[in-house]
Design a protein around this ligand. Structure first.
Ligand code: CP
Length: 328
């Protein structure tokens, strides 16, 4: 693994290895000795966090994941304070970052930039890995990894993700998290997807074509209550109004696409309620107290999965497993 631009680089063994390594590092870090062992792994490495679109959890979890492994970080979170305002091209900016660091993690408001950065790296003498931390409406591959980990843990006593019915609800048209997660479903057996969206915010045709090509069954509905009892997981997303061109989301009635006490009553006792966060009104705060609410766990899982991912990029998988067996 070198660049992580989209989900196409992952296969089932890699996903299973990453999930397993995530559990290994989070357990190892529980003891002071284990945490120090992890911090000693990459003290000579430096990472650049280049986030020109707002972020709380992806930025903080990436930053702290680097620190868990001893990697020092620097950041640009606003292109207006970089030399891009003087007319420096995107490519020259990325090449400049690569002069100083060993890893670039980047989030951009538009699609395609992580792929451009990776292509640039592949053409220069000292390339560094590029990790896509969210690219416009298109892809969020590391979010999809932490979602897979959370789903696998939620179903660890009932066969994992294989065979599950997973609902995805909200702004599916512009939600990069649901797009990336849908793509990863091709690695799981007998999964069924149920897309629940307001009119005009349905899943895009490219993802539906991908699912059809990969024989992953899916259905679409605007009627949440009809499908809730069948779901093993409901992945809720907010309306991505930052992508509005003509305030098109301002008139959407979100009430039929909201999880509250009544909806919890329709859900299986074993179901998982997920959300990439930040949330809007689509998950009522009282749902937080329900044992099926997985979104705060999902958020914490994000840092550990990103530790596992960065460790894998730097080929530390085996070394971490050996550290864990010495510490156990
Ligand atoms: N889930 C997610 O990407 O959150 P942030 O936008 O806060 O990083």
């Amino acid at each position: 693994m070198f660049h992580v631009v989209d989900t196409s680089i992952f296969d089932r063994p890699t996903l299973d290895d990453l999930c397993d390594l995530t559990t290994v590092v989070r357990n190892l870090a529980k003891s002071p000795e284990g945490a120090r062992d992890l911090q000693r792994l990459l003290p000579t490495k430096r990472a650049m966090l280049y986030f020109t679109q707002p972020s709380t959890r992806t930025f903080l979890s990436m930053n702290n994941a680097c620190h868990v492994l001893g990697i020092r970080t620097s950041e640009i979170r606003d292109a207006s304070v970089s030399s891009e305002v003087k007319g420096e091209t995107f490519e020259d900016s990325i090449r400049t970052f690569s002069s100083y660091v060993d890893l670039i993690v980047m989030r951009t408001p538009d699609a395609g930039y992580a792929a451009r950065a990776a292509a640039l790296m592949d053409s220069i003498p000292r390339p560094v890995p590029i990790v896509n931390a969210g690219s416009g409406k298109d892809q969020h591959p590391t979010q999809a990894l932490l979602d897979i980990y959370t789903l696998e843990r939620s179903f660890e006593n009932c066969g994992g993700i294989d065979g599950k019915v997973i609902g995805m609800m909200g702004d599916l048209k512009r939600g990069r998290t649901v797009r990336s997660l849908s793509r990863l479903m091709r690695h799981y057996e007998r999964v069924k997807l149920v897309f629940i969206a307001p009119d005009g915010f349905e899943m895009e045709p490219d993802i539906k074509a991908f699912l059809t090509e990969n024989a992953i069954p899916f259905t679409e509905t605007g009627r949440l209550h009809d499908v809730l009892p069948d779901l093993d997981a409901i992945y809720v997303t907010r309306i991505q109004s930052e992508h509005d061109v003509d305030s098109e989301s301002s008139g959407v009635n979100l009430a039929p696409f909201t999880i509250g006490a009544h909806e919890l009553g329709l859900l299986k006792e074993t179901a998982a309620v997920m959300h990439p966060l930040p949330r809007g009104p689509e998950i009522a705060v009282e749902v937080d107290q329900d044992p099926r609410a997985m979104y705060w766990r999902q958020e914490r899982n994000g840092m550990w999965m990103r530790v596992a991912l960065i460790a894998t990029i730097f080929d530390l998988d085996q070394e971490i497993r050996e550290l864990a067996s010495r510490n156990s």
